[in-house]
Design a protein around this ligand. Structure first.
Ligand SMILES: CC(C)(COP(=O)(O)OP(=O)(O)OC[C@H]1O[C@@H](n2cnc3c(N)ncnc32)[C@H](O)[C@@H]1OP(=O)(O)O)[C@@H](O)C(=O)NCCC(=O)NCCS
Length: 152
């Protein structure tokens, strides 16, 4: 991508664009605006956006639990017209850097078993499937639990 991509903390002004990406990505299973406002302020969330020349190209929400050394990817999505350009991979590399800098032992996530695009991205980043959660999503779909052990 020839334009400049910056990964930076979310601000209140980003939430309209993020909500648009969310509904385009997850439809009826989207977080609502109130949930995003909550996540943006939560001390246990690390919420960032991919800013491409002042446009929001994607977002990433990481969560942490007290006394846990496992970082969780809570949500990640990129804007449909910016897909396939490397933004998802940059957000995943950001996650790996964040985990290393903050001394996490592992990164984990859940993904719909049928979401082959996201699963391909996670496998490319070194994640492997460690278990399955049956009927995890609203429509009764199963989740794959994927994990990456962080190198010290
Ligand atoms: C998954 C998602 C974040 C990927 O974002 P992206 O910006 O398009 O990803 P990138 O361009 O960085 O692609 C990186 C890798 O992902 C995989 N990938 C991306 N698009 C793909 C596609 N259409 N088919 C298969 N693999 C694909 C490839 O491994 C790709 O690497 P490559 O270009 O060397 O083949 C994006 O498709 C998205 O927002 N999907 C909807 C929301 C979602 O499903 N989020 C995950 C919920 S768990």
């Amino acid at each position: 991508m020839s334009t400049k991509l910056t990964i930076r903390p979310v601000t209140a002004n980003d939430l309209v664009s993020i909500f648009e990406i969310e509904t385009q990505s997850f439809g009826t299973e989207s977080f609502n605006r109130r949930q995003f406002r909550y996540l943006a302020k939560s001390p246990t969330c690390h919420f960032v956006v991919a800013d491409i020349d002042n446009q929001i190209g994607g977002y990433l929400i990481l969560t942490t639990r007290r006394n846990s050394k496992v970082l969780r990817i809570y949500s990640i999505a990129t804007k449909p017209r910016f897909r396939g350009l490397g933004i998802g991979e940059k957000l995943m590399n950001y996650t790996k850097d964040f985990a290393r800098i903050n001394a996490y032992n592992a990164i984990s996530l859940e993904v719909k078993e049928a979401n082959t695009v996201a699963i391909t991205l996670y496998q490319k980043m070194g994640f492997t499937s460690i278990s399955k959660k049956m009927d995890y999503y609203d429509e009764g779909e199963n989740a794959l639990v994927m994990r990456l052990t962080c190198k010290v």
